[in-house]
Design a protein around this ligand. Structure first.
Ligand code: GDG
Length: 755
């Protein structure tokens, strides 16, 4: 078993310097998190060379000889390069990824560009990745795809490797539907279908998971059950996995720098940490360090943070010369306009604050525009009294967690934006709305004045949580669940009427002298339509049913929830038995309709107004009145509004009908109220063959058919259409396969007649 990690970038970055290719360690939350997990795998089932990391090497390499060199060198690090041209990277990475998806998914729609050629390259690069990954996948491998650059890949890969185990994790937020729908229709459907190619799709927070499920419902119409989405070809699960940090690694590193930061003045610490060359303090008390570390990105809220600090100094003159903001900004996405503009504004604001409040002995903001090596970064975490983390949006934010993990003595105060995924797990931190400069200023005051015992009390709780749910546990959890989804799929698959089971079924039919087939109609012989009247049977279907039932050896019973007039109109001319309104009406072959048992419908006038009121409230819902039942259909309604409305309606109906002999049942986009004791199972009893050697088959697609499946003798064959939990013995994916099966039965029957 091998783990194949797929991400846009590899953990080893190839750079070209003076015509030479050099290889360096990459950085960032994704790389450090997954690397920590891979390091932890020694001794597990994915040990040593049992993993591969597939991604872009960081530079365009066109020369085949150089490509071979890169491939060979990276193979030593278990990495496999996917080569992309400069143009592809420009349109795919700088274009669709960073100018469309990144701003949109971080709630900056005004920055999002909608450019056809960007999307065309996004599709193309996802296909290139697919071509690179597919040949590497061996039976038993687990493919784990990461992040927004590769959202089409799960589906592409699934098409090439239908049985592969594929997981996907999104590191950035999944936005609410109102934002997601800003993408052109075709793109948003393709992106969701792309993700649903995975067996397991993971998000950092419950909100992102819900947003995704909601978009899937709105765009593709797939409902979910506890995060499980049943697709025609497989079951996909959607769940939340908040990414942690390598807690022990930060604790250990912080322990190593503790000797340096235990006693020297904070300024010495800042220097040790690589925070620059601050001016010496003039006051006697040591300066309190406020730390800010981010990639340069407009989502990180660096400007708001500076404005908050400025207001704090304004409002709290007594804190001047006693605090210092260490602002580390890591260069990122250089060349993208918005980033250059943000950089210019940060430079300006830092200059303004330092000019306004600074003095010879004190620089209020120590600004570093560079990447820090790991040890100095941890040293900064360990020596800062406050971490100020104020993104306007952030999928998770690992800096907040790393800061807490580096506080070996439990002191320190974390201020965290409520717009980060991390804030959901770090409830004991000081939470701020990053859009409010006043809140940031107030939080700074509170943080700097918080007594140490209170700091420790809060941090202990958060540290415990971070220690338990570290990045290794995160990855383990994800991969375990991926395994569980596969097992669940196998259980569902085991029920599928495969060619072997099908042959056996036809053999049984051939051996039995006589057979009975119960067939539901909607969803079983035809697909669903917005208007139930639109699925009148075609001539082909009628001919199929007629030839099946004409032979002397087979009885066909159409058993439906439809009213008897429709059944008569559509199937009255056939040689079949009919059951209408789920069994309220029965018409044996070549006979007239009769009631299953005396039924009353005096309850209808009281219930109809309730159903009508709910239909008036929900656009697209409508009431269908039958003789002994009433159906409230909502297949044309907005699925989300409908789901809330249905709950209320059912609740109302159940309490209203508590003392009368009716049942309230939910079906496929329908709520039905019908007389008690009426169901397809009871209706089918009168058709069951006396001879147990007879062939018996029932096919249906929803809960009303379960009543029928339940009363069948053990020797009978039952098939449920769709991948649902059912007491039927087998399943078939859709009505199309049912029709194929009936055609095969027809052929088998005619061959038997010839013999
Ligand atoms: C994306 C999502 C999500 C930063 N500066 C230096 C440095 N770093 C390291 C930090 C941390 C990582 O980079 C940054 O992770 P974040 O989570 O803060 O943010 P993104 O890079 O935007 O990451 C984010 C993450 O993916 C994981 O899913 O949390 O929401 O946007 O590990 O330590 N490391 C070093 N020097 C630096 O100067 N050594």
């Amino acid at each position: 078993m091998r783990l194949l990690i797929v991400s846009n970038r590899l953990p080893i970055v190839t750079v070209e310097e003076e015509g030479q290719l050099l290889f360096r360690e990459g950085a960032g939350g994704l790389v450090s998190g997954i690397s920590a997990y891979l390091d932890s795998l020694r001794g597990s089932s994915f040990t040593g060379p049992q993993y591969r990391w597939i991604g872009w090497p960081g530079v365009a390499v066109d020369d085949p000889a150089q490509q071979a060199l890169v491939r060979e060198t990276l193979a030593g690090f278990h990495a496999h390069p996917v080569f992309l041209s400069d143009r592809s990277m420009d349109q795919f990475y700088h274009g669709f990824c960073n100018k469309t998806i990144w701003p949109l998914f971080h709630y900056f729609p005004s920055y999002a560009v909608c450019e056809e050629s960007f999307y065309a390259h996004y599709r193309c690069v996802n296909r290139i990745f697919c071509e690179a990954v597919a040949p590497l996948v061996q039976p038993g491998d687990v493919v784990w795809i990461h992040d927004y650059h590769l959202m089409l890949l799960p589906h592409l890969l699934r098409r090439q490797r239908p049985d592969a185990t594929i997981g996907f994790f999104l590191h950035i937020p999944f936005p609410s539907f109102e934002i997601f729908r800003l993408l052109p229709k075709a793109w948003r459907a393709e992106l969701l279908e792309g993700l649903l190619g995975a067996d397991l799709i993971g998000f950092h927070t419950h909100d992102y998971t819900q947003h995704f499920l909601h978009s899937v419902l709105r765009v593709l119409g797939h409902e979910h059950n506890m995060g499980r989405i049943l697709l025609p070809n497989h079951l996909a699960k959607v769940d939340t996995f908040p990414m942690g940090v390598d807690f022990e690694k930060f604790q250990a590193a912080a322990g190593r720098v503790a000797a340096l930061v235990a006693h020297p003045s904070p300024l010495t610490r800042a220097e040790t940490a690589g925070a620059g060359d601050p001016a010496p303090a003039t006051s006697e008390a040591p300066l309190k360090m406020i730390l800010s570390v981010d990639r340069l990105d407009y989502t990180k809220g660096i400007l708001n943070r500076l404005q908050g600090y400025e207001l704090f100094l304004e409002q709290n003159p007594h804190w001047r010369k006693k605090a210092v903001l260490v602002l580390v900004v890591v260069p990122s996405r250089i060349g993208v306009d918005q980033y250059q503009e943000i950089k210019r504004q940060i430079d300006e604001l830092v200059g303004k604050i330092n000019g306004k409040f600074g003095s010879v002995g004190w620089t209020p903001v120590l600004y570093q525009y560079r990447y820090l090596p790991f040890e100095p970064l941890v040293s900064l975490y360990a020596s800062s009294h406050v971490a100020l983390v104020t993104p306007l949006r952030d999928g998770m934010n690992l800096v907040a967690k790393e800061y807490l993990a580096s506080r070996t003595d439990g002191t320190g105060v974390l201020i965290v934006s409520e717009m980060t995924g991390a804030s959901k797990e770090l409830a004991e931190a000081i939470s701020v709305n990053p859009n409010s400069v006043a809140e940031i200023a107030a939080a700074l005051e509170m943080a700097l004045e918080m007594p140490e015992p209170e700091q420790i009390r809060r941090n202990e709780i958060m540290q415990d949580r971070l220690r338990r749910y570290d990045v290794i546990r995160w990855a383990d959890d994800f991969l375990c669940q991926l395994g569980e989804v596969k097992a669940e799929q196998e259980r569902l698959q085991a029920r599928l009427l495969d060619p072997v089971a099908r042959r056996k079924l036809l053999q049984q039919l051939g051996q039995a002298g006589h057979g009975t087939i119960f067939l539901d109609y909607d969803g079983t012989l035809v697909s669903f339509a917005d208007n139930p009247k639109d699925v009148r049977p075609t001539q082909d279907l009628l001919a199929l049913l007629q030839t099946l039932s004409q032979g002397p050896s087979l009885d066909v019973i159409l058993i439906s929830g439809r009213d008897k007039d429709t059944m008569d109109d559509w199937f009255g001319g056939l040689d079949v038995a009919l059951v209408a309104e789920h069994g309220a009406w029965i018409k044996p072959r070549n006979r007239t309709w009769r009631q299953a048992r005396p039924l009353g419908n005096d309850w209808k006038p009281d219930l109809l107004p309730i159903l009508q009121t709910y239909a008036d409230r929900l656009g697209g819902a409508f009431v269908e009145e039958k003789q002994y039942s009433v159906a409230w259909h909502y297949r044309r309604a907005d699925p989300e509004l409908a789901s809330a409305c249905v709950k209320e309606l059912v609740d109302d109906l159940v309490s209203f009908t508590a003392n009368i002999d009716v049942q309230v049942q939910q079906g496929h986009k329908v709520v039905e109220v019908r007389c008690g004791g009426i169901n397809k199972g009871a209706a089918a009893m009168s058709f069951l063959p006396k001879d147990t050697a007879d062939f018996l088959l029932a096919i249906g697609d929803d809960w009303t058919d379960e009543d029928l499946f339940r009363i069948l003798p053990g020797s009978a064959c039952s098939i449920r259409v769709g991948n649902r939990h059912s007491c039927a013995k087998f399943s078939l994916p859709s009505h199309r396969e049912v029709l194929d099966l009936l055609r095969e039965i027809r052929v088998a029957q005619s061959q038997a007649c010839v013999r």
